[in-house]
Design a protein. Structure first.
Length: 269
């Protein structure tokens, strides 16, 4: 496991703190603001940042994140420029873990064998590929293991018990439980339904469990935190950033969104 990711979860566990993971699309609303927005998220209470790699044909992302990716692609944001953003972020933040979430095509285009080493050099800690089952990573998986880049795995409500066991044996960093059937930002999350699937994951893995998809505000984050080690908030934050027009507005929107969620999580119990 990445040292930054393991320290993040270990520190949170010792402090009785739920890890807060905001998701933003790299380069949206503006590539020049991305690093500043990332710093604003951390200052507002984010423990780990999930950075979406823009891709033209996503399969798990709802309209909000699809549009964010389209805007970023129009501004020439590529996987290479995402690594550059992380590298700049690392100049002043060497502590906060950064996980890239995306699809296999940009990694293939970049070079699946050279990408993990370049990602680690830039300061990336983990990679979550929606459309690449962990056992099919092949030479990419070998390169990830060699470089120390964590392979974050998804588990869904439809994942069978045997499949959960198989995924748990391969995953590193943490396990991401998709709380809804469907795409990001859709549906209505029911916290009680999380208890059994998260318990099942814990049967097969000691890794922390993060829950995402469908978490839109502080109240929902608190309900999820009763079951999970970490809460991921994506589409609602991306929506808040999408309507900003300046660097200052974007940073303020990031702070205004994350701070009350952090406060509510810290006030649990």
């Amino acid at each position: 496991m990445s040292q930054r990711i393991s320290k993040c979860f270990d520190s949170a566990r010792q402090a009785g703190r739920t890890v807060l993971i905001p998701f933003m699309t790299a380069g949206d609303p503006d590539p020049q603001w991305c690093v500043d927005v990332m710093h604003s998220l951390v200052e507002a209470g984010a423990d780990l940042i999930e950075l979406g790699v823009p891709f033209s044909d996503p399969m798990a992302d709802g309209t909000t994140i699809q549009l964010a990716s389209e805007r970023a692609i129009e501004k020439k944001v590529s996987l290479g420029s995402v690594l550059q953003m992380v590298e700049v972020f690392r100049q002043t933040d060497t502590r906060t873990p950064v996980v890239l979430m995306g699809y296999m095509n940009p990694v293939e285009h970049y070079g699946r064998v050279r990408f993990p080493a370049d990602a680690i050099a830039a300061g990336v800690d983990g990679l979550l590929l929606v459309d690449c089952p962990p056992e099919e990573r092949g030479d990419l998986g070998a390169a990830m293991q060699k470089s120390g880049l964590d392979g974050i795995c998804l588990i869904a409500p439809t994942t069978t018990r045997d499949r959960v066991k198989d995924i748990a044996a391969i995953a590193s960093g943490f396990i991401y439980y998709v709380s809804l059937k469907g795409i990001t930002g859709s549906g209505q999350l029911s916290s009680p339904e999380l208890s059994e699937p998260v318990k099942q994951i814990r049967e097969f893995s000691d890794l922390p469990v993060a829950v995402g998809f469908g978490i839109k505000n502080a109240e929902m984050a608190v309900s999820v935190a009763e079951h999970a080690d970490a809460v991921v908030i994506g589409s609602a934050l991306v929506e808040a950033l999408a309507v900003t027009n300046t660097r200052e507005e974007a940073c303020a929107a990031a702070t205004a969104f994350v701070a009350p969620v952090r406060k509510s999580l810290d006030n649990m119990g």
